[in-house]
Design a protein around this ligand. Structure first.
Ligand code: GLY
Length: 572
């Protein structure tokens, strides 16, 4: 069972030396490739934001690698073929269940540089300067992705040089870009000229078009240094020199010491039970796992399945649950290494029941009257997720980001990769909304070495202790609410994985007090919610890009790539 969307891309170059990245016995190359929206596979499956990255992961599974190997190779390939979010200059999180049943959560979120400080974006007039936190050199956190991939490698089977080989080949020999990528690069041209001290390869005199070839020699050389010198190939030596030189040319803060000191961190996964399912999510510094916990637990005792999918009753209940969870996010959540986040209290059943006491069926609870609970920030859309599973029993969910689309827009001169603008995920001033209109406070204030709060939510759902769903999505603050809906769609509304991913989503994040609907949301439900008094934000063309794998009762893997982008599944 397979649904394929053929991406028609003319051969820009006849590259006879190109080694095909194998694909289900068919030749697959970087100059002509298919987008696979869904498939069923017996041995292993990979879903990511780009067909060539999914193929890179598949080729590693077929070489005898496990899901961790494939996730590493997929992420590295995304750094080449999906420059707006796939990255080595950003950070992210991995949640995995290993074949021995052990679950792990890996934090490779960026950190504030040592020279960062709480008021670094406050101008003399007292106003917060979000231009500086959102673009250019000063917006960059110390990247974590490369350290994360090496930390993950302890559970892999193949040498790192094998896993990085597809990415090097894609960077060195090039690949043809899709229409979406051409649009993204064209929209970026003026920012690239503004925020770079040396002209990057993404700048082009003519418009980018679908089918153009993108070759990234500087990036290939950076990847080769990582291949040859391991983590030090990025955090020390010539790559570190190039990052620091870039920072010095553009007024950024990242130093050699910041790079040398960066470490990825294994953390205890955030785990909870929803009915017969165990949900395994990311703990702080991502709010993803805790928000999902709060939202699911606030609906667990309510008959949502009988209310019906997209019924006004179900959407209203889920909206109010989102509102309550996000009010807590703004008040309590941040890097738990720096701030005591009351995770136990805000996920306690009695606390969550108390939060729902103000819920009234058919009536909005205005955010102005809803404060965080009594116990003792925001993100961008351009993040990317990959889900991988193998027949050995390993399941891996990885979400990584540069924050904004193409991050800070700053490419490290001579090293060919984009740096993140993750500093904007801190609360740069209490109460000042960041690029997504969200607010935060002390819990998520800037401190040297601190990790900015995230919403990324790579998630596993286990049934009888075995992987059942592997899921995640980009989408900034909409990430947890989308995962919430995807899970409710499957676990409560009994939907197929494809419908669960493709059906229109909605989002509420406490502040701004508005319900955001995705294009295609049923008009009658919207009208009913309007009648109840819900204010609406601007309708979104698409919310997120969810990559989901479900394990079927026969043990085969059903992989679904979101229709909202070039996302693609691969498997065998
Ligand atoms: N920058 C997106 C997130 O971390 O949630």
């Amino acid at each position: 069972m397979r649904s394929t969307l053929f991406l028609s891309i003319s051969l820009a170059i006849a590259f006879s030396l190109l080694t095909p990245l194998s694909s289900r016995g068919q030749a697959q190359n970087a100059y002509q490739y298919n987008i696979e929206k869904s498939l069923v596979a017996s041995n292993g499956a990979v879903v990511s934001a780009h067909p060539l990255a999914s193929q890179a992961g598949l080729s590693i599974l077929q070489k005898g690698g496990n899901a961790i190997d494939a996730a590493i190779a997929t992420q590295l390939a995304l750094a080449v073929v999906y420059p707006n979010a796939g990255n080595i200059g950003g950070g992210g999180f991995m949640v995995a269940q290993l074949k021995n049943g052990k679950t792990v959560a890996l934090d490779f979120r960026e950190k504030a540089p040592a020279k960062a400080h709480r008021d670094m974006y406050i101008e003399p007039d007292g106003k917060a300067n979000t231009d500086k936190s959102q673009q250019g050199h000063l917006s960059c956190g110390v990247p974590g992705t490369v350290a994360g991939l090496f930390a993950a490698h302890r559970y892999a089977l193949l040498p790192f040089r094998v896993l990085i080989a597809p990415a090097i080949e894609l960077a060195e020999k090039g690949f043809v870009i899709t229409a979406g990528e051409a649009r993204g690069l064209n929209n970026l041209q003026s920012d690239l000229k503004k925020y770079n001290t040396q002209t990057p390869v993404f700048v082009k005199q003519e418009e980018w078009k679908a089918g153009d070839t993108l070759i990234q020699i500087d990036l290939a050389n950076t990847l080769k240094r990582i291949r040859d010198n391991g983590q030090a190939g990025f955090y020390e030596g010539p790559t570190a020199d190039l990052i620091v030189a870039e920072m010095q040319r553009g007024g950024g803060l990242i130093s050699k010491e910041d790079l040398r000191a960066y470490t990825a961190q294994y953390r205890t996964p955030h785990r909870f039970q929803y009915k017969e399912y165990s949900i395994v999510g990311m703990p702080m510094p991502s709010s993803g796992g805790v928000l999902l916990h709060q939202m699911l637990k606030m609906i667990e005792d309510r008959p949502i399945a009988t209310m019906g999918f997209h019924s006004p009753e179900a959407v209203q209940l889920m909206t109010e649950v989102m509102r309550r969870a996000y009010a807590d996010r703004a008040a309590f959540m941040g890097d738990a290494d720096f701030y005591q986040v009351p995770v136990k209290q805000i996920t306690n059943q009695a606390y969550l029941q108390d939060r729902m006491k103000s819920f009234v069926t058919g009536q909005p609870t205005p955010s102005a009257t809803l404060q965080p609970g009594t116990v003792t920030g925001y993100e961008s859309e351009e993040t990317t997720h990959l889900s991988v599973i193998d027949k050995k029993g390993n399941a891996v969910a990885v979400t990584t980001t540069l924050n904004n689309s193409y991050g800070s827009r700053t490419v490290v001169g001579g090293a060919g990769f984009l740096l993140n603008d993750e500093m904007d995920d801190f609360s740069i001033k209490p109460g000042v909304p960041n690029m997504f209109g969200a607010v935060g406070g002390e819990a998520n204030s800037i401190q040297p070495g601190k990790r900015m709060l995230s919403s990324m939510a790579p998630t596993l759902v286990l049934k009888k202790g075995k992987p059942y769903l592997v899921v995640g999505t980009p989408g900034g603050t909409t990430i947890p609410t989308q995962i919430f809906q995807t899970l409710v769609n499957i676990l409560e509304f009994n939907m197929s994985p494809q419908d669960a991913v493709y059906k229109p989503k909605f989002h509420h994040q406490w502040l701004p007090d508005e319900l955001v609907l995705e294009k295609g949301f049923p008009e009658n439900t919207k009208a009913a919610l309007q009648k109840m008094g819900y204010p609406f934000g601007k309708e979104r063309g698409g919310i997120g890009r969810t990559e989901l794998i479900r394990v079927r009762p026969d043990g085969r893997f059903e992989a679904v790539a979101d229709k909202r982008g070039d996302d693609s599944a691969a498997g065998y």
